[in-house]
Design a protein around this ligand. Structure first.
Ligand SMILES: [Cu+2]
Length: 124
């Protein structure tokens, strides 16, 4: 009548997987997961923000740089943290400093359908 109770071996397996996950989570090949500070650069490529997901501490400046001669926009998606920016030529830059913790999604209007979207996550 104990068939619904997890077997000890199953629990051990779960524990082993959890530990393995922790260890590999700190692997050198993984992208940094700690919040970044200072000035963090995001490059606008043909159809993507690179990197598209960025986690920073409050007070960090994001510097978007147009990596090519394609017109992109950096348009807030559902918030008004900054005013829509248009980067028309290679090397053109837009910067914004984030002070309030939260998630700030944004899109590139011409390339949103291609998946050119990003999120800045600001942590305290
Ligand atoms: Cu674009």
């Amino acid at each position: 009548m104990d068939s619904s109770r997890p077997r000890p071996s199953a629990l051990l397996t779960l524990l082993a997987v959890a530990i393995l996950g922790l260890v590999t989570g700190c692997g050198e090949s993984d992208p940094p997961t700690a919040p970044q500070t200072g000035t963090v650069e995001v490059t606008l490529r043909a159809d993507a923000f690179s990197p598209s997901q960025v986690t920073v501490e409050a007070g960090t400046t994001i510097r978007w740089v147009n990596g090519g001669d394609v017109v992109h926009t950096i348009t807030p998606d559902g918030h008004e943290e900054w005013t829509r920016a248009v980067l028309e030529s290679e090397g053109e830059v837009f910067e914004h400093t984030f002070h309030e913790p939260g998630d700030y999604p944004y899109i590139c209007e011409p390339h949103q359908a291609l998946g050119m979207v990003g999120t800045i996550r600001v942590v305290p």
